[in-house]
Design a protein around this ligand. Structure first.
Ligand code: PA5
Length: 438
């Protein structure tokens, strides 16, 4: 099996290769701290060895529950927010057919999401869509106390119980939460729901390879064993003994930190493959929550290309020179579409006739890279041989490992998120939750 790869040549200029390689000792020390558990946030390092330590039994239990939901449900609602839904959505969107929710005889239940916002219209329309449908719920919250998913679950649970009765609803609800604490744990135990545990030492944004991500992904029909196996490959490829120059997680961490120090404060994660949109959303949470502390941290932003070249392209090309770009490039698409010949050629596209659409996309990608680098936007490239569970697994682990190293290089604790509490305190006080005042 092949590996995802990293190219940094086009990121060099404003920072030099020597500057990047001069980070070797620091990056190596950061990896050592991660592996030996001596750095900040060391009680949240469970993700580090997750791929190599997931047992066959654990995967089989997830697959069995997923199978039961698949048999019973045409729609499965995943309630969760942040790390409790982004990894699943990123994987399912990347790997499943974008339009199969429209197919009557589709093989997989449609996966929809709730509790990732507090939109009343969203919830209304979701409930309306679920009327008369066979649906189930996977309720995911590590803390078990997050307002958004708890609120959505309360509404959906009532709807499900009214539709199929309490006993059958119990068969269609699965909770993924803490082993002991939190309101969701109490509720699940009292109602007798099947539960999966999120390990104490795995934070939300690092939890995609726990049942948080794996259960919905398996319900969607994606092969979770290949996903985990890709992640396990990357766990080894970015391990403690791997030399700095061969460790793509260290190199990525070193380059982005050097670019940050040189004034490039914003990282744009770009893709030329629309199905990767939510990979970028997952990545933004991972890096934003891990590094945005102590008034420091690269701001993680994202664009879908070529789509956003027609909206953000001007800014990227000629706006403030505070950005660098990391492109996720997919070598081989899963399908082939050839541009047809048209006798009249009124659109003037016959020069493309006979070519694959992907060839046009690749030239757009190359043209964009050259233009952006010329315009002063350093470019890092991550190449995925193809969009498959195996390579998505590699990509997840690569980004997680690089994030841990990068956070330590920046001298922040990459595993906490104290700032997330600020809005909650105000919201609770405004809603008159007992015990809260502004
Ligand atoms: O990274 C984190 O830990 C958070 O952003 C969580 O993912 C998010 O707040 C959801 O939390 P919970 O799973 O406890 O409901």
């Amino acid at each position: 099996m092949n590996s995802i790869s990293l190219t940094i040549d086009k990121a060099l200029g404003i920072v030099t290769k020597e500057q990047v390689y001069a980070q070797e000792n620091k990056a190596t020390e950061c990896i050592r701290q991660l592996h030996q558990g001596t750095g900040a946030g060391n009680d949240f390092l469970g993700w580090l060895r997750l791929p190599s330590s997931i047992t066959n039994e654990a995967l089989a239990a997830i697959e069995n529950t997923a199978g039961a939901l698949r048999r019973k449900c045409e729609v499965v609602v995943v309630t969760g927010i942040g790390g409790s839904y982004l990894g699943a959505k990123a994987t399912i969107d990347a790997l499943n057919n974008s339009f199969d929710w429209l197919e009557k005889d589709r093989q997989n239940p449609v996966i929809v999401y709730a509790g990732h916002n507090i939109g009343e219209d969203y919830l209304y329309e979701l409930s309306e869509m679920l009327e008369g449908k066979q649906f189930g719920i996977i309720n995911i919250s590590k803390s078990g106390t997050t307002t958004e998913p708890a609120l959505a679950f309360r509404i959906l649970k009532k709807q499900l119980e009214e539709a199929v009765g309490k006993d059958e609803a119990r068969q269609r609800i699965v909770a993924v939460t803490d082993a002991r604490k939190g309101a969701l744990r109490t509720l699940a135990d009292q109602e007798g729901y099947q539960t999966f545990v999120i390990p104490d030492n795995v934070g939300g944004r690092f939890s995609v390879l726990t049942p948080v991500g794996l259960l919905p992904i398996a319900v969607a029909g994606v092969n979770i064993r290949e996903l985990v196996s890709g992640a396990a490959f990357m766990e080894k490829a970015t391990g403690e003994g791997v030399p700095f120059r061969e460790n793509i997680a260290s190199i990525y961490a070193a380059v982005r930190n050097e670019l940050y120090k040189s004034g490039k404060k914003i990282e744009l994660l770009a893709n030329f493959h629309p199905k990767l949109h939510y990979i970028a959303e997952w990545w933004k949470q991972l890096y934003g929550e891990s590094e945005g502390k102590a008034h420091k941290g690269v701001f993680p932003a994202s664009v879908d290309l070529t789509t956003d070249l027609h909206s953000m392209g001007q800014w990227i090309q000629e706006g403030e020179r505070s950005i660098f770009e990391t492109v996720i490039s997919v070598e081989t698409p899963a399908h082939k579409v050839i541009v047809p010949t048209d006798e009249a050629n009124l659109d003037g596209l016959n020069y493309l006739a006979g070519k694959r659409v992907d060839e046009v996309n690749k030239m757009a990608e190359l043209g964009t890279l050259l233009a952006h680098v010329d315009g002063g936007v350093p470019n890092i490239k991550i190449t995925l041989p193809e969009v498959s569970p195996y390579y998505i697994g590699q990509l997840f682990y690569f980004f997680e490992k690089a994030c841990g190293i990068s956070g330590y290089m920046l001298e922040v604790n990459p595993f906490d998120q104290p700032g997330v509490e600020a809005y909650k305190k105000n919201m609770f006080a405004l809603l008159k939750k007992p015990g809260y005042v502004i």
